[in-house]
Design a protein around this ligand. Structure first.
Ligand code: NI
Length: 140
């Protein structure tokens, strides 16, 4: 059967601050600029989750997109939406909540939770309409 990639986009809003505790305020300001503001700031994130697999000959689906939506909603969005990413999300503890670190953490939340025969292919995380990151797995 043909193998096809299917994508679901979801949305969440969250607050964060980019900084390192082991750096001075000056150094944090120099590297992270306005994102180091100690009083937080927010983003309206868009996340695109792409999975890949064979088309099921019975249903014509790779995966019912409702199933994918509910999985991302339960394992990712429910924890992140309207939260402070530095303080309120246990699976982000110890990670500076850059878009890069966030996309890898989201991957880890999803990769072992897909139905049999369906694999995570790519996650795109948009922090603003102009800034986004992409992760396809792998690396240290
Ligand atoms: Ni930011």
């Amino acid at each position: 059967m043909p193998r096809v990639k299917v994508t679901r986009t979801l949305h969440f809003s969250a607050a964060h601050r980019l900084f390192r505790e082991d750096w001075s305020d000056e150094r944090n300001q120099e590297v992270f600029g306005a994102c180091a503001n100690p009083w937080w700031h927010g983003h309206n994130y868009e996340i695109e989750v792409t999975v890949e697999g064979e088309i099921d000959p019975e249903t014509g689906y790779v995966l019912d997109l409702k199933v994918l939506k509910e999985l991302v909603q339960a394992r990712v969005i429910a924890d992140l939406d309207h939260r402070n990413l530095n303080r309120e999300v246990s699976w982000l503890d110890g990670r500076n909540p850059t878009t890069e670190n966030l996309v890898v953490a989201v991957w880890e939340r999803l990769e072992d939770h897909l139905p049999d025969g369906v694999a995570l292919d790519r996650i795109v995380l948009r922090e603003t309409p102009r800034n986004f990151v992409e992760y396809t797995g792998g690396g240290g």
